[in-house]
Design a protein around this ligand. Structure first.
Ligand code: SAH
Length: 357
């Protein structure tokens, strides 16, 4: 078994690690060298630019009952809301006005939004010249194909955990195989596919986190978001702690950057909920994307997956400029482009290729 410095050198050179080596990195008591290595690889493969995506949380109705999630159907304390298609399109228009080139439409699995309704929303937003990312859960291949035909560019669906038994315990009536099937279908249909994990779930092991990373590498994903698990008081997992979740999530993200050097990795909102500088630290440990919330008013508060969500009392304009200030304060730049997977290296190579041979 290699020592830490050798594992990091191997990761930087080959972007491939054995499971035991991933476990060793995730277990480091002092991960500063890991974070630094991830920061170097980030700079080399995706540059100093940070892509912003405007997040629209359009419904918190959900047919599922995930034990960790604040909008699970059994949470009768959750006040439910659903934006109309017109309201969603209007928020997208405003997001375009703030300069965003991508909107992410996220919701619980709300059956009110039939495939046709969703496809229609996508079509209307595409007319504005925006890239559209959907994050609306598990659907049939036919539905995914319909959204894609309507113009959807990307899809986010976290696997949450690759430990099948744990997944099926925490997500009752759901099947891990079906979730994995969704990711394969999305890839085959030509989406940029984002996945990711929750870190700190009760019963989750470091070994299974290493499996998550190998799963993302094997797919391979175009994006991956790692979120620390934050217990919600109105769920069966209310009595769990958040001890160590932030650090472990940061390590997961850093190892992911080493293994998949050019993918898009968001600094997640949940990280900032657990640490006041969470997103900045994430951006300095491998991340290159931030997804500011562009939902307005009450719904912004009501989309409560976990407690303590940041900036729920702010306006979308404030968030847009606040995050830009933070990004610039660490010497990085806000890049208002589509931010597709591999964009940075493609642009760099194009710029260095002589035009007239
Ligand atoms: N219905 C969509 C969107 C889910 S919400 C879907 O199934 O993909 C987006 C993400 O929030 C989830 O994938 C999950 O990883 C995260 N999440 C849910 N509950 C959480 C909690 N208590 N703490 C942190 N993140 C949570």
């Amino acid at each position: 078994m290699l020592a830490e410095t050798e594992i990091l050198a191997k990761a930087k050179a080959t972007h491939t690690l054995a499971k035991e080596e991933i476990i060793a990195l995730l277990s480091l008591p002092d991960a500063r060298a890991l974070f630094q290595a991830a920061d170097e690889v980030r700079r080399q493969f995706v540059g100093d630019e940070v892509y912003l995506r405007g997040l629209i949380e359009f419904s918190n109705y959900c047919k599922n009952d995930c034990m960790y999630c604040g909008i699970r159907r059994s949470n009768t304390c959750a006040k439910r809301y659903r934006l109309s298609p017109q309201e969603i399109v209007t928020l997208a228009q405003k997001a375009a006005g703030y300069g965003y080139k991508t909107v992410v439409l996220q919701s619980g699995e709300d059956l009110w939004f039939s495939a046709d309704k969703m496809a229609d929303i996508v079509r209307q937003i595409k007319k504005m010249g925006l890239a559209v990312t959907l994050s609306i859960g598990e659907k049939t291949r036919e539905e995914y194909a319909l959204y894609r035909k309507a113009g959807a560019d990307r899809y986010l669906l976290r696997i949450e955990t690759t430990d099948k038994a744990l997944y099926e315990k925490l997500d009752p009536q759901m099947s891990w195989d079906n979730r994995a099937r969704c990711l394969t279908d999305l890839k085959e249909l030509g989406y940029e596919v984002g996945s990711g994990s929750l870190v700190g779930l009760p019963g989750q092991t470091i070994t299974s986190l290493a499996d998550d990373l190998l799963f993302f590498k094997q797919l391979p994903v175009d994006m991956a978001g790692i979120g620390p698990f934050i217990p919600h008081p109105h769920t069966p997992l209310a009595n769990n702690t958040t001890n160590g979740h932030f650090e472990l999530a940061l390590k997961m993200m850093a190892v992911m950057r080493l293994l998949l050097p050019d993918i898009n990795i968001p600094a997640t909102t949940a990280m900032e909920t657990l640490h006041p500088q969470g997103r900045i630290l994430a951006l300095q440990s491998g991340a290159n994307v931030v997804m500011p919330n562009v939902t307005e008013g009450e719904p912004r508060k009501m989309y409560e997956l976990y407690p303590g969500k940041i900036c729920t009392g702010d306006t979308p304009q404030k968030c847009r400029y606040c995050i830009a200030g933070k990004i610039e304060s660490i010497g990085r730049t806000v890049q208002m482009s589509y931010g597709f997977h591999g964009e940075y290296l493609r642009n760099k190579n194009a710029a260095s290729t002589p035009k007239n041979k």
